[in-house]
Design a protein around this ligand. Structure first.
Ligand SMILES: *Cc1c(COP(=O)(O)O)cnc(C)c1O
Length: 343
């Protein structure tokens, strides 16, 4: 554990740092125990644990922020609780009551309050809830015992050098998820398989891969850990939910902000990668809890490159980034009721 007094919150990057307290609850004989906040630390697990052998594990990603008002706030945390249970059902794991999920999150954040970066640093306390099938198993079948854990990591601002775009490679070699698979569940199994594609594309100088659908290798899915958006013919378009993309909470917030606040038409539809190479597509960005919005400067496929807006973040992209960030830090009114305060 790092003493919070020794952390320079103004130069915090994205490296892993231990905090003081974690929350752990165990599921045995068909029910969850009450759970406990305990000092952060290792725990024992059987080599025959289902999660180690067959990957029965799910997680969530959230942030606690220090708002402008000095309060500690969460962004739509009940949506994470609901999605956690959707993932649990897909992976034959027990659900965790959403109210208890929220209570556990609040407890851990409160216990690690000294690790929340100050408002003016732009950082956050990243929150990682996870559930693993830790019961031993030999044949391929769900575990009978599970562990729910919540831990936290203080992180710096995502764009310490200013709001900058990333370069993406569209892949016709790799896919992330197929129809009928687990693409819409936040299960650990979906991520190990994306590490090789990410490694290869990074070696070529790209930040990440833009995945296409597994059947046609034509329609955009997402960016591995973030959802995709394009401003096409003046409308904001994002891939529709077909069970192969992770249904992001930031994605949902962007659709609401565009349609209800900015009066921009939104479309959830199939988007061919070919549309990104046409002039009618003027801005692209991706969304997720960590960065909120990341502008996409260019996309590349088979020797062809499309640069958006001379590589600069687009006007709408920037506006949405500022809008959502200022709602999240209570710099402006939370008119959608998205913010939950921790007292
Ligand atoms: C978590 C995640 C996202 C983003 O979801 P948010 O709820 O906005 O953080 C997008 N794609 C994948 C694959 C993810 O795991």
């Amino acid at each position: 554990m790092v003493d919070p007094k020794d952390i320079d919150f103004y130069s915090l990057g994205f490296r892993y740092l231990e905090t003081k307290t974690m929350f752990v609850s165990d599921y045995k004989n068909g029910k969850w125990d009450d759970g406990n906040s305990i000092p952060f630390g290792n725990f024992e697990i059987s080599p025959a644990a289902c999660v180690l052998n067959y990957g029965q594990g799910i997680f969530e990603g959230m942030k606690a922020l220090r708002a402008k008002t000095g309060e500690i706030v969460l962004f739509r945390p009940e949506e994470n609780g609901k999605r956690f249970n959707m993932s649990a059902r897909r992976m034959v794991m027990p659900e965790y009551d959403v109210d208890k999920f929220l209570e556990a999150i609040k407890k851990v954040v409160k216990a690690n309050e000294e690790y929340i970066p100050p408002y003016d640093s732009g950082g956050a306390l990243y929150i990682r809830p996870l559930m693993i099938g830790n019961g031993p198993i030999v044949g391929v079948a769900p575990a009978e015992e599970f562990k729910f854990i919540v831990f936290t990591v203080p992180v710096g601002p995502y764009f310490p050098e200013g709001f900058n775009g990333i370069h993406l490679e569209i892949s016709k070699k790799y896919t992330r998820a197929a129809p009928g698979g687990t693409g819409s569940a936040k299960t650990c199994c979906n991520y190990a398989g994306t590490m090789l594609p990410a490694k290869e594309t990074k070696a070529k100088g790209f930040a990440q891969i833009l995945y296409l659908d597994a059947i046609n290798m034509e329609y955009i899915e997402e960016v591995g850990t973030a959802n995709f958006f394009g401003l096409i013919n003046g409308k904001i378009a994002t891939p529709r939910k077909t069970g192969t993309i992770l249904e992001g909470i930031t994605r949902d917030a962007i659709l609401e902000l565009c349609s209800k606040k900015l009066g921009i038409e939104v479309e959830e539809r199939d988007i061919s990668y070919k549309e990104l190479f046409e002039e009618s597509c003027t801005e692209t960005f991706c969304t997720g809890t960590a960065a909120v919005i990341t502008p996409i400067s260019s996309v590349f496929l088979e020797g062809k490159k499309r640069v958006f807006n001379n590589g600069e973040p687009g006007e709408l992209t920037t506006k949405l980034y500022e809008l959502l960030n200022s709602i999240q830090r209570l710099e402006i009114e939370d008119e959608f009721g998205w913010i939950v305060k921790i007292s």
